[in-house]
Design a protein around this ligand. Structure first.
Ligand SMILES: [Fe+2]
Ligand SMILES: [Fe+2]
Length: 174
């Protein structure tokens, strides 16, 4: 998403764009990285390798649960808001009386997900040679770096653009 455009898009278009661009990439990369980490840990001697697999499984569970909430509950509610901004100014019924509380829950989950990612990076630093020099470990680290960058960009767009715009729009129509 172009940074100059991201704040001007209708909410339903933004939600669809986030799901297509960021959620779809997570649905693809989570099982792939998990499989690579498992293959690496099977051959590695470092105790931190097995712990990395466990923490990544925890991370995948947190992210899957978070994406399901966004895709099935919160994004449909946010997408319904723009309809309330045009004649006849009727807000379609949604699951939530206000989107404020679900948004606060999602923001807290972003923090927890990034904390789990931080634990994963700490464990990666504890991997010792020769495991740390192996091709499977280097591949996992390259993929995790890209995964980290993409996830933080995804969270930033939701926290700093999508959620504030939804709350502002809701204030106008409630
Ligand atoms: Fe998301
Ligand atoms: Fe999110």
């Amino acid at each position: 998403m172009d940074r100059t455009d991201e704040g001007r898009r209708p909410l339903d278009v933004m939600c669809t764009d986030i799901v297509d661009r960021y959620h779809a990439a997570l649905h693809r990369s989570l099982p792939q990285i998990r499989a690579w980490l498992t293959a690496f840990a099977r051959e590695a001697a470092s105790p931190a390798a097995r712990e990395m697999c466990e923490v990544f499984a925890e991370l995948a569970e947190q992210i899957h649960s978070h994406l399901a909430k966004e895709e099935h509950l919160v994004f449909p509610a946010l997408s319904a808001l723009p309809g309330a901004d045009t004649p006849p100014f009727l807000r379609p019924p949604t699951t939530f009386a206000t989107v404020l509380h679900p948004i606060r829950v999602l923001e807290a989950e972003h923090v927890r997900i990034e904390q789990t990612l931080g634990r994963l990076h700490e464990l990666a630093l504890a991997i010792t040679a020769p495991d740390s020099l192996s091709v499977p470990f280097r591949r996992c680290m390259t993929e995790l770096a890209e995964f980290d960058r993409h996830l933080r960009e995804h969270h930033r767009i939701e926290n700093e653009v999508l959620f504030p715009r939804a709350l502002e729009l809701e204030r106008q129509v409630l």
